[in-house]
Design a binder for this molecule. Structure first.
Ligand code: NCD
Length: 320
């Protein structure tokens, strides 16, 4: 008998992972399954108990976050898992020493079962996914995408209006740099008879690549800078803030250039329309409209919890 300690070869522990990077890669059956799973969790919170026992979520945030990070972390804890993470990852992790996001994720994926990544560079989440052995969830990559925000936005529309197909949605604000509007437009395009009105000053219009994708998917798209004129025709008005962190230089647009939702705009919105916003808002919705029953943004933020639970169940193998 040999007393030499032999180490077993390191076998691959997991099958290749699924990731959630780009809302444009989701199909309608999956989106509907996620919305249904989230609705079931909202109806009976006890369904969450013990669904992902012992699983570990890594939360890697290179940009500020309140709702996305805390709702993901709460979602994993409610499902019976654990959370480790690097907030302020740009300064608190080895990224501060110059480590690439791929190297970081390659290492962290050996410690965890799912990674939630927010990063200022468009495309960072896709690079991370290529380097990871576990699912990577894009929690915002620069001006690129924010697919879980779009899922919770759709969930909110379905919960409040009872349907998604056939709606006329106004996306307003900084559509050039805002990732939530891009991802939401792509998910809406999965449903029939969607009409989109894009409401922004000319310098903050949605990028042409996305407009082409939407038109290819048969979405009727209008562009305007006149929020007051657009409001009466909308079922949903989705307002967004100026993405100041992605702007620089003396020519940069100012918050004052964005149309503001105030009582006058609300008076023009149809009585059963919804006013949404991914939050944070920084002046582009007058707080005086918060008490209007159509103002759905705080309910919308709350829905993030069940939607992110559904996403974790899907990616970590617990979706029924
Ligand atoms: C959004 C984001 O980070 O893109 N916030 C969020 O996740 N709810 C919107 C924004 O910051 O403007």
């Amino acid at each position: 008998m040999s007393d030499v300690l032999t180490l077993a070869p390191v076998a691959p522990l997991r099958l290749p992972s699924r990731h959630l990077i780009d809302a444009g890669a989701l199909d309608r059956p999956l989106v509907e399954a996620l919305i249904e799973s989230a609705a079931a969790l909202a109806e009976r919170p006890a369904r969450a108990i013990g669904r992902l026992p012992g699983r570990i979520l890594a939360s890697l945030f290179f940009e500020p976050s309140t709702r996305t990070r805390l709702s993901f972390e709460s979602a994993m804890l409610r499902l019976g898992g654990h959370v480790i993470g690097a907030q302020d990852a740009a300064v608190s992790s080895s990224a501060a020493k110059g480590e690439s996001v791929e190297d970081m994720v390659r290492v962290v994926s050996g410690y965890t079962d799912v990674i939630v990544l927010r990063h200022p560079a468009c495309g960072a989440a896709a690079l991370a996914a290529g380097a990871s052995d576990v699912p990577v969830i894009n929690a915002g990559d620069g001006a690129g995408q924010h697919p879980t925000q779009a899922l919770l936005d759709l969930y909110t529309i379905q919960a409040e209006l009872g349907r998604i197909s056939g709606l006329h949605v106004g996306l307003a604000g900084d559509l050039k740099h805002g990732r939530t509007a891009r991802s939401l437009a792509l998910l809406l395009a999965l449903f029939p008879l969607i009409e989109l009105t894009l409401i922004s000053p000319p310098s903050l219009r949605m990028e042409a690549d996305l407009l082409r994708q939407l038109r290819r998917r048969k979405v009727v798209v209008h562009e305007t800078d006149d929020l007051r004129a657009a409001a009466p025709g909308l079922d949903v008005l989705y307002q967004t803030r100026l993405q100041r962190e992605r702007l620089s230089g003396p020519q940069a647009p100012q918050a004052a250039d964005l149309p503001i939702v105030d009582r006058e705009v609300m008076d023009r919105l149809p009585p059963r329309a919804l006013l949404m916003h991914p939050l944070p808002r920084v002046g582009e919705i007058d707080p005086a409209v918060d008490s209007d029953p159509r103002a759905a943004y705080f309910r919308q933020a709350r829905h993030g919890l069940v939607v992110r639970m559904a996403v974790l169940l899907w990616l970590c193998g617990g979706l029924e």
